[in-house]
Design a protein around this ligand. Structure first.
Ligand code: FE2
Ligand code: FE2
Length: 336
């Protein structure tokens, strides 16, 4: 194919090049025209490249058209009235954060699929887990829309933004992924459960209790894998655990306004530093008997020392946050 274009075959490459060059001679060629000539000759020589270039151009046009149509349709959407909902504002915020976190499932699926693979038991788990996680977003969205608990236009715009940002582990290795998802599933379980308790609606509470049961089962699966890793290679496994505890972020960190919403959720006691320390980090470290492991190598000992130091810092920060929150609540109560 390439040879035909360069060896003198009477193909369209030559005709198009000639036409372009003639245009220049006629005084109509400028930089723009020369680029057109070059592009046409390249594209015409290689049908694969030609198809690719057309696809890219057409793809960009389609994306732009699609985005325009999407926002146009949103503008016409039937907007529910959040005031009709029984949810408190903080419960609505927490539900939105939980839902948008669940919405990013395609990214999570990609990351665990890359790390675990699609073969055997690992592949079975990847797909089963994804199917279960998929239900979480469906049922929470259904609840919020049916009860008019949220502005559907704002919610959809936020979902588009979150999914277009995606979630990326930066190719984290298996042990770090296993450690992270153990903490993350437990954190998500508690976040859903406490959101349900704050919802002020028995239906929401039942729904979120069921979702948090799923998250707990996911956590148990990952927790067992980490336990097995500690038995097989305690030093590297402990290193991975320490790194994930020290650098932990909730998966919803990519949600627009996440820091502000997380602060509101913490003030309400749905998920704060004390809960993170006492109900997420410590129970897993205790289950893995991290501070009782014997015969650790130098890597493991170093990781354990870093972990201990970080935990004492986190505990102090959690206590300071609780004190400040109690003072603020007392001041507000005194003003009423
Ligand atoms: Fe989930
Ligand atoms: Fe989960």
């Amino acid at each position: 194919m390439h040879d035909q274009g360069t060896s003198g075959a009477p193909c369209k490459v030559r005709q198009r090049l000639w036409i372009g060059l003639q245009s220049r001679q006629d005084g109509r060629g400028g930089a723009q025209h020369r680029r057109r000539v070059g592009l046409r000759s390249d594209v015409t020589r290689d049908p694969a490249q030609r198809g690719q270039a057309r696809s890219v151009g057409a793809g960009q046009q389609l994306v732009q058209r699609r985005m325009h149509a999407s926002s146009h349709n949103l503008g016409k959407a039937e907007v529910g009235e959040p005031k009709q909902s029984r949810l408190s504002p903080i419960a609505r915020t927490a539900l939105e954060v939980n839902l948008l976190t669940e919405d990013n499932l395609p990214s999570y699926h990609r990351e665990i699929g890359r790390t675990f693979g699609r073969d055997g038991a690992w592949g079975t788990w990847v797909h089963r887990w994804t199917a279960e996680e998929g239900r979480h977003a469906y049922c929470i969205r259904d609840y919020l829309l049916v009860t008019r608990g949220v502005d559907p236009v704002e919610l959809e715009r936020a979902r588009m933004q979150v999914m277009q940002t995606g979630y990326d582990t930066q190719d984290a290795p298996l042990l770090r992924i296993l450690a992270y998802v153990s903490f993350q599933e437990l954190a998500t379980r508690i976040s859903h459960r406490n959101t349900g308790r704050h919802a002020g609606d028995p239906i929401a509470e039942r729904l979120l209790t069921r979702v948090s049961t799923d998250e707990n089962l996911h956590m148990v699966f990952y927790r067992n894998l980490v336990k097995a890793a500690l038995d097989l290679c305690p030093g590297p496994a402990l290193r991975a655990i320490a790194d994930e505890v020290i650098n932990f972020n909730m998966p919803g960190i990519v949600i627009p306004g996440f820091a502000r919403k997380a602060a509101l959720i913490a003030k309400a006691g749905i998920y704060d530093l004390r809960i993170h320390h006492d109900e997420v980090i410590l129970p897993l470290l205790r289950h893995w008997a991290v501070f009782e492991l014997a015969d650790l190598d130098a890597e493991g000992e170093k990781a354990r020392a870093e972990l201990a130091e970080f935990l004492s810092q986190l505990d102090r920060q959690a206590s300071r946050f609780e004190e400040r929150r109690a003072q603020t609540q007392a001041r507000l109560a005194g003003q009423q």
